[in-house]
Design a protein around this ligand. Structure first.
Ligand code: CP
Ligand code: NVA
Length: 300
């Protein structure tokens, strides 16, 4: 048996494997690789899209999802994260976890005999990036050469998107206020994909000529203590409104991972306007999850 494949961020896949996963995601009928099997889904934070898309992807592959609030399991309280992972692997063909600390996923993956899938951590949101790239592919036919402009925080969503965009051969530019930009480690990881991310302050520069304009909340789950300081840093200039969208390519689309704060990081007109593809993007969470699970379970 080959080594078990985990998915903690998009660069756990090679560029060719990312293409394969996106191709698989386009197929609604796949081999029932989870027939008679389960997948454990653990949540330390709230979720709408991730829980539902993962549960339905598991069902579509013939399996049974078991969703549990992590507090109920008592990770590192009732028993260690390592013992939780090894226990769940006794019953399930894969484990998904949404965690406060990325390190917890690494500890589970280090001992798990079944694939561990990151359903969002403080560092990464790779399932979201797969759905985002699938949406770009559906809209433009190919991802390579497209210019993806992210306006906002250098966070879990933009980090995984930058890595995925790089692997897929897209251009990636992010505009964030000083103090909220990618650090050297992030930039090295993105460069390792073969694409150099552009990091700028100016959202107008970032969006100019872009095919995709993307934003996310300014205050992520778990950052509530920094809310007022972050809102002060982003307010006004980093809000995607119709004027900013007007700087993008005439055929540009707008994406947001959701949930959104209408009127904050994006105006209502943009979020629900003609260039927005947020519902297609949300649906793609399920298709991308199905494609990824099919790939991981075939490969492991
Ligand atoms: N985009 C996303 O992950 O949504 P949820 O937090 O609702 O799962
Ligand atoms: N950056 C956001 C994404 C939510 C899907 C957060 O971590 O809260």
């Amino acid at each position: 048996m080959t080594a078990v494949r985990h998915f903690l961020d998009v660069d756990d896949l090679s560029a060719a494997e990312l293409t394969e996963v996106l191709d698989l995601s386009a197929h609604t009928t796949l081999a029932q690789v989870l027939a008679g099997k389960g997948m454990a889904l653990l949540f330390e934070k709230p979720s709408a899209r991730t829980r539902h898309s993962m549960e339905m992807a598991v069902v579509q592959l013939g399996g049974h999802p078991v969703t549990v609030a992590a507090a109920e399991v008592g990770i590192d309280q009732r028993e260690s994260a390592e013992d939780v992972a090894q226990t769940l692997a006794c019953f399930h063909a894969a484990i998904g976890a949404r965690v406060k600390s990325h390190r917890l996923l690494e500890r589970m993956a280090a001992v798990s005999s079944v694939p561990v899938v990151n359903m969002l951590s403080d560092q990464a949101h790779p399932l979201q990036a797969l759905a985002d790239l699938l949406t770009v592919k559906q809209e433009f036919g190919e991802i390579s050469g497209r210019r993806i402009a992210f306006v906002g925080d250098a966070n879990n969503v933009s980090r995984s998107l930058a890595i995925g965009a790089g692997l897929a051969g897209a251009q990636f530019v992010i505009s964030s206020p000083p103090g909220y930009q990618f650090n050297g480690v992030d930039l090295d990881r993105i460069s390792a994909t073969g694409t150099v991310a552009e990091v700028v302050d100016d959202p107008v520069y970032a969006v100019a000529g872009a095919h995709v304009v993307y934003t996310d909340v300014w205050v992520s789950m778990g950052e509530e203590a920094q809310a007022s300081e972050k809102i002060d840093a982003f307010a006004g200039r980093y809000s995607v409104n119709e004027a900013l969208m007007g700087q993008a390519d005439a055929d540009a689309i707008f994406l947001h991972c959701l949930p959104a704060n209408p009127g904050q990081e994006a105006s209502e007109e943009v979020l629900y306007g003609p260039q927005s593809r947020i519902w297609q993007q949300a649906e793609n969470r399920m298709h991308a999850a199905r494609g990824l699970l099919a790939f991981l379970l075939e490969a492991s």
